[in-house]
Design a protein around this ligand. Structure first.
Ligand code: HEM
Length: 491
């Protein structure tokens, strides 16, 4: 316990000057913070340099701080580019409510393409997940789609994102969110130069997409897409290049990798929890039958598939620490003083893996999210029927509806058409990718086979008739531009 205002704040003791830095270096931050939550409780702080970070790790504390005291706990640390209010408004307008329906034709079409591609080359399922999610976001934002699962652009976006986080953080990404970076003199803060370099690089990379569309718009040849509509707004002139490119960067980086990771976790879950997948297939066969694919209209009649997606969010916890929040004013919680501008991390991974809240948390059991009157409802495991995968409080993910629709249509169709089993080489080891904000399974093998003759026939018919929604161009137009950019911006 360390003194904090009138209270004593639990947390790991750490060393003078560097705080807990050395305990975090090279480790997966969410795992260390979860271990500390077990030791120090659901509200503790740790230190990096002179700065204290507060970690909140239980559903009760999420509700108390991010919901009840929402006006105090839902800002972003000042260094975050995401703090931009106007940008948030635009993003929310595009992504939520009725507008999220703009994505539906793309999700509809691309999920059919997934079936066709999986039937032809089942071993590419890992890349196909990336093609699907990238195509949905690119179609909406830029009016372009990826035809093949080995496209260069989604991989480059991911590489740049990894680089972004690695370079902004000397050892631990969270330091980017720390005000103390700003106070250290330059010789003690070599990362600041790197951070500037990385911000410039990030902006320059996403300008490739923005500038091309801007140019097409000016020449009157832009296809209908969100970016073209944004450029047509009367007050667009008030937006700086940095902010406009920032919208493109945020949608491409926040929207794509998360959905890709979800689909990867789904395939991994299917290998280890076949009984859950069998129940979903049983429901699909009863509700949809074997003569057609699941459609949007089926969604309300497929509660088990819906529950499977909720459980996927909880079980995977792919954004384990959400995005750090900051306080807008000083507060006191459980007798502990939380200063104004403090970084507050919602450890949703820890909450999702707390056996008191979600019994047997390591198990993938969709039945815990089924309504109580459903015959497959699992009363023993169903204590809390909500999760925090999209973050906490007012800052929660604006892409929630888009993401859930993307997942519903692709997961219901894949389960309708395919069996997913352990690969002949055996079950995959547990390895995750190193990205700090999004944790995904590293590439792995599994066996994906068409379920029956009905599925085979229907997918063959799809293959013969599938045509993309009108007005979309091939995203390969960006391949050359992105590769030229890579050449001009070597590491
Ligand atoms: C499985 C899919 C997804 C997950 C698990 C997810 C999760 C999250 C989380 C945890 C946050 C931070 C919330 C907080 O601070 O408490 C976030 C923010 C955000 N997400 Fe998502 N997300 C997903 C899909 C998407 C999609 C599809 C889009 C857009 C097309 C999107 C756009 C954003 C944006 C723009 C923010 C930043 C909002 C802000 O800073 O105010 N996300 N997401």
């Amino acid at each position: 316990l360390r003194a904090s205002g009138s209270g004593l704040l639990p947390g790991p003791p750490g060393l003078p000057l560097i705080g807990n830095w050395s305990e975090l270096r090279g480790k997966k931050l969410h795992l260390v913070l979860t271990e500390w939550a077990r030791r120090y409780g659901d509200f503790y702080s740790y230190r990096v340099g002179r700065n204290s970070l507060f970690v909140v790790s239980s559903v009760a504390a999420f509700d108390e701080l991010f919901a009840k005291k929402g006006s105090l706990y839902n800002s972003r640390p000042l260094t975050s580019a995401m703090a931009h209010r106007a940008r948030r408004r635009v993003l929310q307008t595009i992504l939520s409510g009725q507008n999220s329906k703009i994505f539906l034709p793309y999700q509809e079409f691309e999920s059919r393409a997934v079936l066709v591609n999986l039937a032809a080359r089942p071993e590419t399922f890992y890349h196909e997940a990336a093609r699907y999610s990238s195509s949905v976001t690119f179609s909406m934002l830029l009016g372009a789609r990826f035809e093949t699962s080995d496209a260069v652009v989604p991989r480059k976006i991911r590489d740049e994102k990894m680089l972004f986080w690695q370079h902004l953080s000397p050892g631990s990404w969270i330091t980017d969110w720390l005000p103390f970076l700003d106070y250290l003199p330059a010789p003690l803060a070599p990362w600041r130069k790197r951070a500037d370099w990385m911000h410039d690089r990030w902006h320059s990379f996403f300008s490739v997409f923005f500038d091309r569309m801007n140019d097409r718009y000016k020449r009157g040849i832009a296809q209908d897409c969100f970016l073209a509509r944004f450029l047509a707004e009367p007050d667009v002139g008030r937006w700086s290049h940095v902010d406009s490119v920032g919208i493109v960067a945020e949608i491409l980086s926040a929207g794509t990798e998360t959905t890709i990771a979800s689909v990867h976790w789904f395939f991994r879950g299917a290998i280890f929890f076949p009984e859950a997948m069998k129940l979903a297939q049983q429901e699909l066969d009863e509700v949809v039958g074997r003569d057609r694919l699941p459609q949007w209209e089926d969604r309300p009649n497929l509660p088990y598939v819906e529950a499977l997606i909720q459980e996927l969010h909880r079980w995977s916890s792919l954004s384990p620490l959400a995005v750090p929040h900051a306080t807008t004013d000083a507060d006191s919680y459980r007798g502990v003083k939380v200063p104004r501008g403090a970084t507050v991390i919602a450890n949703t991974y820890a909450a999702h893996h707390d056996a008191g809240t979600y019994p047997r948390p390591e198990k993938f059991v969709p039945a815990r999210f089924l309504p109580a009157d459903h015959p497959w409802h699992d009363a023993e495991l169903a204590t809390l029927q909500k999760h925090y995968a999209f973050g906490v409080g007012r800052r929660a993910c604006p892409g929630l509806q888009v993401a859930n629709a993307s997942l519903f249509i692709v997961i219901s169709r894949v389960l309708w058409g395919f069996d997913i089993r352990v690969a002949p080489s055996g079950p995959p080891r547990f390895e995750t990718t190193a990205s700090p904000l999004v944790v995904a399974p590293a590439p792995f093998d599994c066996s994906v086979t068409v379920r029956d003759e009905k599925a085979k026939e229907l997918i063959a018919r799809e293959a013969a008739t599938l045509t993309p929604p009108q007005g979309l161009e091939s995203a390969s137009v960006y391949d050359g531009l992105v590769m030229d950019w890579v050449k001009q911006n070597p590491l």
